[in-house]
Write a protein that binds this ligand. Structure first.
Ligand code: SAH
Ligand code: SF4
Ligand code: F3S
Length: 441
């Protein structure tokens, strides 16, 4: 294949796995000479890595494709490609209904991108959307652009089939990377100065490489470099094992932050969702985790207005939130997705009522997050300095082990250092403080 000097711009929607996939895509195309740039204006190839999880995620992408049409009108040589979950779900529809799209590539077909792009430049629009039982991009070096933090997919796909969720259809069956290749990649990242790695999977508990499970992988990864923070997401509440809790508790560099999506506080709704746990199980699990790691922080995902959800069911969700006191939450209105089991259930909570319930959930969470953060005032916390603050160039942003954002005047601190900060003010989403004088943490 001819190596090119073309410029590529990629825009990413959806979950962190898509962020990691975009880096894989840049890795694959980088080998052919494509150089990444940060805006679409001068790009030869514009890729949009898409999400199908809710209808509004898809609407946003359709809207964006309409906007991107302008770049093609200015320069007919520009190619536009749709990647990711919408490519998988909508396939030919994207090319047929939308004359702005030249190539459509599903999540397991990124190795074909160089060929598809080449064909498209020769006038042949192309589609590749087969799902694979084995593809894990194990041997591809992703082109990372996030500085001192890195995402690393350790497994792909999902076999859980929660009845609301399109992911098993857009990402296909579960499969894992090898333990040795993950550990090797983490070692390389450490050598490159990366300070935090987040292991990714829709359901990391299903990780499997011959006799190794996720806890073995986590232990191995944590042992690579003790100055490197290790995070992971997502663990399914049904499958989170005692062994996982133990490995987290005994490794100081595994962050004490767990995203544990509850979805609903009602056992009846959880059953309809095929979540396979009860609230009793969930709360006991949380107790066990807190006993092993008293400092742990939790976040969750919650859906409002799943089919047949009553005001009483909704109330149970609020009760669970009050009982657990999550540090943070991602909260959504139920959105029916084609092919899922729930698609055939009657979407009987009207949009206004879904919105009203969601609003109550959001307000309660804001209040809880705010209370938890206010209680941090006066405390001194250890942070990893990650970035310039988005608000002011005088400030830096770092995170605590428990994933709380901390903003502070930069002083002599550098990105990539561990420092301590004393918290002076707090909002529901951010802690604000000043560097503690003296040594690095
Ligand atoms: N694998 C992860 C999450 C994947 S999707 C897990 O199991 O937790 C992220 C979140 O989107 C889900 O946890 C759920 O809360 C939400 N979600 C998924 N499908 C949805 C739908 N059809 N409508 C509304 N929210 C949805
Ligand atoms: Fe979707 Fe459930 Fe799989 Fe998460 S575990 S990706 S919510 S099917
Ligand atoms: Fe969206 Fe696909 Fe992730 S549907 S949430 S981008 S797996």
């Amino acid at each position: 294949m001819v190596v090119t000097d073309k410029k590529i711009y990629i825009e990413t929607y959806g979950c962190q796995m898509n962020v990691a996939d975009s880096e894989v895509v840049l890795g694959i195309l980088g080998n052919e000479g494509y150089a990444p740039i940060n805006s679409p204006e001068t790009a030869d190839l514009i890729l949009v890595n898409t999400c199908s999880v809710r209808d509004n995620a898809e609407k946003r992408v359709h809207q964006r494709l309409t906007e991107l049409r302008a770049y093609k009108q200015n320069n007919p040589e520009v190619l536009i490609g749709v990647l990711g979950c919408m490519a998988e779900r909508l396939r030919t529809e994207l090319i047929e209904k939308n004359n702005v799209v030249d190539i459509v590539v599903g999540p397991d077909e990124y190795r074909k991108l160089p060929k598809l792009v080449e064909d498209a430049y020769a006038g042949q629009r192309g589609i590749a959307v087969k799902l694979s039982r084995v593809e894990s991009y194990d041997d591809i070096t992703p082109l990372r652009t996030e500085g001192i933090t890195a995402w690393l997919s350790v497994m792909r796909g999902c076999d859980k089939f929660c009845t609301f969720c399109v992911v098993p259809f857009t990402r296909g069956r579960e499969r894992s990377r090898t333990l040795t290749s993950v550990v090797e990649e983490v070692r390389k990242l450490s050598e490159q100065g990366v300070k935090e790695v987040t292991l990714l999977g829709q359901n990391v508990n299903s990780y499997k490489d011959s006799n190794y499970d996720f806890t073995d992988l986590l232990q191995e990864v944590a042992s690579v470099d003790r100055t490197m923070r290790i995070r992971y997401t997502t663990s399914h509440p049904q499958d989170m094992s005692d062994k996982l809790i133990e490995v987290m508790a005994k490794n100081d560099n595994i962050c004490k932050y767990i995203h544990l999506p509850v979805q609903s506080g009602s056992d009846r709704i959880l059953k309809l969702m095929n979540r396979t746990y009860t609230i009793d199980h969930y709360l006991n699990l949380m107790k066990k985790i807190r006993l092993a790691m008293p400092e742990v922080a939790f976040s969750t995902d919650i859906i409002s207005g799943f089919p047949t959800e009553t005001v009483e069911d909704h109330q149970m969700t609020l009760e669970v939130m009050k009982e657990v006191r999550y540090d943070g939450a991602y909260m959504f209105k139920y959105s029916p997705r084609e092919n899922t089991k729930a698609w055939n259930m009657n979407d009987d909570v009207d949009d206004k009522e879904k919105g009203r319930r969601l609003n109550e959930i959001v307000l309660l969470q804001e209040a809880i997050s705010n209370e938890i953060n206010q209680s941090m005032i006066g405390k001194t916390v250890k942070i990893l300095v990650e970035n310039d603050s988005s608000r002011s160039s005088d400030d830096l942003m770092g995170r605590t082990d428990t994933n709380k954002k901390v903003v502070f005047p930069r002083g002599n601190a550098l990105i990539g250092e561990y420092r301590t900060v004393t918290i002076e003010r707090a909002t529901a989403h951010t802690l604000i403080g000043t560097l503690t004088a003296g040594e690095n943490a």
